[in-house]
Design a protein around this ligand. Structure first.
Ligand SMILES: Nc1nc2c(ncn2[C@@H]2O[C@H](COP(=O)(O)OP(=O)(O)OP(=O)(O)O)[C@@H](O)[C@H]2O)c(=O)[nH]1
Ligand SMILES: [Mg+2]
Length: 449
């Protein structure tokens, strides 16, 4: 019998609550459960710069609230939720400030907030548009692939937070490599895609037919599905927008829980793997003899030193692209995972959550120095955390010799449960998240009408 993902998720949460080690996973799981229970769905409009994303959001809301333009415009992720008209800004330093609705553009626009010198993390807008009623958060993201690299970074980061993605193409250029890369990444995290081809008002019907046929084939291959549905629209002339809205609304009404659960299922696999690594590490450390522990700890310290040197050398040569630092940090995590796996004879896996090094402003000499410092601190944090974990488990063992056997027994039991749940998740075909005896699921991982 296949259980709903919410049940598996709740059981996993209960397991994570047993350990200090899995408090990160506990927090992420609680957030997912909250999302499933409140049936909130986040739909992000994503695509290359100038495809007409902001204009489409405006058209869907029937309200010209977002700035649009001929040059790269959207510099900041903007979420739009149902509510009385209002706008707030969340800054990188965590401060949230309400702003006049009409001043929104000052914070979002690449021209007025060039290189995000205002340090805006996100703009949150509230609109009474009917479309949002019922728990939809629509998100306008900065365009991918413009000269403003950080815009791409922002959009990448946001895919992880989305349940569904409106992927925006436009007839004025064919799909390019940036879009291909983006889609490959996005399909790992979002459970539902709507492909939109914009600006159809600029070409005739024959050309549109050719374009749609070309894109369909390409996307099918990319997404590894047999069928996909494209929505040809003109955000400007408001052609096809109702059809898109209708499709989204229909999906939300009938299967909102499925979309969220499927998306949560994908995320839970990630969280489960990371938690399991932590618990295995805990168990193995608990079972070590003093001698084994000393040897392992020494070896680990050597690895830290090597990797620290590697990181420092890398930082030394770092020039301007914060994304490269993120990539290097992940490299280091991977090397460390491999070493922990070898030393502890377990499958150790670091959850590759993004660390955003971008802090706003241009990357000049000062900025570079700050970024180098942030990067080295992040590397050291990874080492410290691991060191602390292992040390504290071993200390516990030293101080509580009588309870260790019981603890190992408990850990083994919980590990078996977690492995079972993870397997259950892996076996759950995500499109069958909602079991409805005779009803065919309305969803696949990617909708293929
Ligand atoms: N002809 C035509 N032009 C459009 C359409 N949609 C958008 N545009 C134009 O395309 C340009 C870009 O529109 P935006 O909505 O700012 O595009 P965006 O994808 O949000 O751009 P960034 O925020 O910079 O990534 C503007 O000049 C719009 O007028 C459309 O359906 N038809
Ligand atoms: Mg825009």
């Amino acid at each position: 019998m296949i259980r709903p993902i919410i049940e598996i998720t709740k059981e996993m949460k209960e397991i994570f609550g047993h350990y200090e080690l899995t408090k990160k996973e506990l927090k992420r799981t609680e957030e997912l459960i909250d999302k499933i229970e409140n049936q909130r769905i986040t739909i992000s409009v994503i695509g290359q710069f100038k495809r007409g994303k902001s204009m489409l959001v405006n058209a869907m809301l029937g309200d010209d609230i977002l700035p649009i333009g001929i040059v790269p415009v959207t510099a900041v992720v903007t979420t739009i939720e149902h509510g009385e008209r209002a706008a707030t800004v969340r800054f990188n330093n965590g401060i949230i400030k309400e702003i006049p609705f009409d001043a929104m553009s000052d914070y979002i626009n690449e021209q007025s907030n060039s290189d995000n010198h205002l340090g805006v993390r996100q703009v949150m807008v509230y609109s009474p548009a009917d479309f949002l009623d019922g728990g939809i958060t629509l998100v306008d993201t900065p365009g991918v692939g413009s000269v403003h690299q950080k815009n791409t970074d922002e959009a990448y980061a946001f895919v992880k937070e989305s349940d569904a993605v409106i992927f925006m193409l436009s007839v004025d250029s064919p799909i390019n490599q940036i879009e291909v890369d983006f889609l490959k990444n996005a399909k790992e995290f979002a459970s539902k895609f709507y492909f939109v081809v914009n600006k159809i008002d600029t070409i005739d019907e024959d050309d549109l037919g050719d374009y749609v046929a070309y894109c369909t084939e390409l996307i099918k291959k990319l997404m590894e599905v047999d069928r996909i549905q494209l929505f040809p629209v003109s955000a400007k002339k408001k052609i096809g927008v109702e059809e898109l809205k209708e499709a989204v609304r229909h999906d939300c009404e009938t299967t909102v829980r499925d979309i969220i659960e499927q998306s949560a299922g994908l995320k839970m696999k990630d969280i489960g793997a990371s938690a399991l690594s932590q618990i295995m590490l805990y168990r193995t450390t608990l079972q070590m003899t003093q001698k084994q522990f000393e040897y392992t700890f020494d070896e680990l310290e050597k690895t830290f030193d090597d990797l620290r040197r590697e990181a420092e050398e890398y930082a030394e040569h770092f020039r301007s692209n914060p994304r490269m630092l993120e990539a290097k940090l992940n490299d280091i995590r991977n090397s460390l995972s491999a070493e922990v796996s070898r030393l502890f004879r377990i499958d150790y896996y670091y959850d590759i959550t993004a660390v955003d090094f971008y802090r706003g402003g241009k990357v000049d000499e000062d900025g570079r120095r700050d970024l180098r410092e942030d990067f080295i601190n992040a590397v050291n944090d990874i080492f410290d955390e691991l060191e602390q974990t292992i040390k504290s488990v071993f200390m516990f063992k030293e101080e509580n010799t009588y309870t260790v056997t019981q603890r190992i027994y408990d850990v083994n039991k919980l590990t078996r449960r977690l492995v079972r749940l993870k397997t259950e998740l892996e076996r759950t075909p995500l499109e069958q998240a909602r079991i409805d005896a005779n009803k065919k699921p309305e969803f696949r991982k990617v909708n293929c009408e």
